[in-house]
Every structure is written in structure tokens, then in C-alpha cells.
Design a protein around this ligand. Structure first.
Ligand SMILES: [Cu+2]
Length: 157
């Protein structure tokens, strides 16, 4: 098979670009600790009001001192809002949605996850002291742009 010289150049260029893009994703994911949501845990989105955990969203402290934030995302709000957590301490988020898919991004941090009806998304992160905006970055309906919340990370006294 005869392949033209310029065609060879473009084939190698395309292969090189694919390798470069894949490498960027792998390096970016590894260096920024990007990871998919925790374990595969399901929940019935039609029975969240009776669910022991998601019927009472909020910030809770476990017996071992770790902080857990149970978040319910629904069109077009996050509950609780605002979320008050201690700063410089690992905080575990457990989120789900009661209706459609929502995003949960704490702007300016590494916290960026999806709230999917039927599934529990879990991740752990710590915050520097300050106020953060929480945004939904999955289009969820006509008022999607209004779906914002606030997170306050307070330094322990
Ligand atoms: Cu949304």
C-alpha cells in the first residue's frame, strides 16, 4: 500500500495529538486527585422522605469526630443551604437527587460531583476558611441558573 508522504505526516500528527490529549487527562486526573464518586450505593428516589438519612439532610458529626454533610439536590435548590462546615478538616459529602440529575460544584475548590437520582455520590474534601458558592452545573430545567447555594467553612475556635 502506498501512503503519500504528507498523509503519513498527518497520520502521525493525529496519533501524537490523541496521545497528548489522553496524557493530559491522565496527568490532570492524577495530580488534581480527580476521582469518580465513591462506592456504588443506591437509594430509592421516590422514598427519600422516609429514608433515614436523606429525609433529614444536614451537617452531622459522626462518633469518630468526622463530619458528614448529607445533601439533597432538587429542582432548584440544595438542602441544607447554607452548609456550615469546619475548615481544615476532612468533610464527607453524601448527595443524591430526588428528581433529575444535578451538579454539585463548590466553586474554587476540587469539589465537583453529580447528584443522580437513585444513587448516592460520596466524596471527602477539606476547605480553607471562607465562603464558597455552590453551583449546579448539570442543566436541570428552566430555573437551572438559579440553582445556587452557599458553603461556609469556619475555623475552629
Ligand atoms: Cu441545575
Amino acid at each position: 500500500m502506498n501512503v503519500e508522504f504528507y498523509e503519513k505526516i498527518w497520520m502521525w500528527a493525529a496519533t501524537g495529538l490523541l496521545a497528548l490529549f489522553l496524557g493530559t487527562i491522565v496527568i490532570g486526573a492524577a495530580s488534581s486527585a480527580v476521582h469518580p464518586p465513591g462506592k456504588l450505593e443506591t437509594v430509592d428516589p421516590t422514598k427519600l422522605l422516609e429514608h433515614p438519612e436523606f429525609s433529614q439532610p444536614g451537617v452531622k458529626e459522626r462518633a469518630d469526630g468526622s463530619v458528614v454533610v448529607v445533601v439533597l439536590a432538587e429542582t432548584y435548590a440544595f438542602t441544607p443551604d447554607p452548609i456550615e462546615v469546619p475548615a481544615n478538616r476532612p468533610v464527607t459529602f453524601r448527595l443524591t437527587s430526588s428528581d433529575v440529575m444535578h451538579g454539585f460544584q463548590v466553586v474554587g475548590t476540587n469539589a465537583n460531583a453529580m447528584a443522580i437520582p437513585g444513587y448516592v455520590t460520596e466524596f471527602t474534601i477539606s476547605f480553607k476558611p471562607g465562603e464558597y458558592t455552590i453551583g449546579c452545573n448539570e442543566y436541570c430545567g428552566v430555573m437551572h441558573h438559579n440553582m445556587v447555594g452557599k458553603l461556609i467553612a469556619k475555623e475552629a475556635k
